[in-house]
Design a protein around this ligand. Structure first.
Ligand SMILES: C[S@@+](CC[C@H](N)C(=O)[O-])C[C@H]1O[C@@H](n2cnc3c(N)ncnc32)[C@H](O)[C@@H]1O
Length: 326
């Protein structure tokens, strides 16, 4: 009964909202792509905070800091997101559960539209498992991630956020505008493509004798294989025993766009902010586990938890979220 009522109201609202939803989607997309380009910052990082904002608003995952930050960032629009998503929101409130979007798929059944929701949850669960044994938390390619400003803040972990200069500067400005306390976080400007990127982390107070969680979420796919391997090697060489790197590694078919024609269609948009997809591992024909293992082993890393997204689907695995032990 509740579902029928929710569906009826959803259909009515969706019809009424069509013009508003189009305006909302165009406005949000304009901010993400054009304004990010103008500011010289990552637009893909906006994709993530928009997803986290959506999860928060729909009640799938608490992220107060993401809600506050998204509300003030100049390169996204929470009003635009509301206009695009309000009928789905109304449905979820009446039915008591989300439907179509945003949704968290069952493990192995993830599709592209589940990317941010499922991936975020898998990273959360890896961090949750290891956080009590760690002393430092290094967010590599932090974008507009807000883990450092929510529950994890209470963990007592020494926190570092690493990113390219322009994106990090913008984030810091707007964290302040949003009234979010950042005094417990050390910000370090970094470029993983430069050989000496780790020096600035050390100079900022990183302690190589302390167990550390390195969070590398949504970054490897934008780097070349050499930069990915060098980064892993550098972390391993400078991390205490018991440290982990939580990373997502994409299938080759995903980064080339062969996995889904919609991926190919969005690739020119990624070129606008110079965020072309690059590194991927061969994961076709069920060889995903073997492929990940031989990659990790070749860098002297062992595998802890791993989440192969899409392994139960017809198209197979398109990304893995993995805990790499140093
Ligand atoms: C898709 S965003 C992910 C942001 C964040 N990890 C999250 O999950 O919300 C990719 C981030 O990686 C950063 N990035 C990309 N290439 C980088 C590089 N060579 N050095 C440092 N950061 C880089 C971008 O600036 C951007 O913030």
């Amino acid at each position: 009964m509740r579902n029928i009522l929710a569906l009826t109201i959803f259909v009515i609202l969706q019809i009424l909202f069509i013009p508003l939803a189009i305006v909302g989607a165009i406005w949000t997309g304009y901010k993400q792509i054009v304004v990010s380009k103008r500011l010289g910052v990552s637009q893909t990082a906006i994709e993530i905070i928009n997803g986290r904002w959506t999860m928060h608003v729909f009640g799938l995952r608490d992220d107060d800091a993401a809600a506050k930050l998204a509300a003030v960032l100049p390169n996204t629009s929470t009003l635009g997101l509301w206009l695009a998503l309000f009928p789905l929101y109304a449905y979820s409130r009446i039915a008591g559960a989300t439907r179509w979007y945003p949704t968290i798929a069952k493990m192995g059944e993830e599709k592209l539209f589940n990317l941010i929701m499922n991936r975020t949850g898998y990273f959360d669960s890896i961090i949750d498992k290891v956080k009590d044994d760690a002393e430092q938390f290094v967010v590599m390619g932090a974008g507009f991630d807000t883990r450092a400003y929510n529950e994890l803040k209470k963990s007592g972990l020494k926190m570092f956020e690493l990113d390219q200069a322009t994106t990090q500067k913008l984030k810091r400005t707007y964290l302040e505008k949003a009234g979010i306390d950042t005094t417990h976080v050390t910000f370090v400007e970094t470029n993983f493509s430069q050989e000496d990127w780790f020096n600035s982390l050390v100079a900022a107070g990183y302690d190589a004798t302390k167990r550390t969680i390195f969070l590398w979420e949504g970054v490897t796919l934008y780097l070349g294989e050499t930069a990915v391997r060098n980064t892993l090697r550098t972390v391993k060489a400078n991390a205490a025993e018991g440290s982990i790197i939580a990373a997502d590694i994409y299938a080759k078919s995903f980064v080339t766009g062969e996995y889904d024609s919609r991926m190919k269609a969005t690739m020119p948009i990624l070129d606008v902010t110079d965020e072309k997809l690059s590194f991927g591992l061969g994961m076709a024909d069920g060889a995903y586990q073997q492929s990940l293992t031989s990659f990790a082993t070749s860098e002297g890393l062992t595998i802890g938890e791993s989440y192969f997204m899409g392994y139960k689907t017809e198209k197979g695995v398109w990304v893995v979220v993995v805990e790499l032990r140093v």
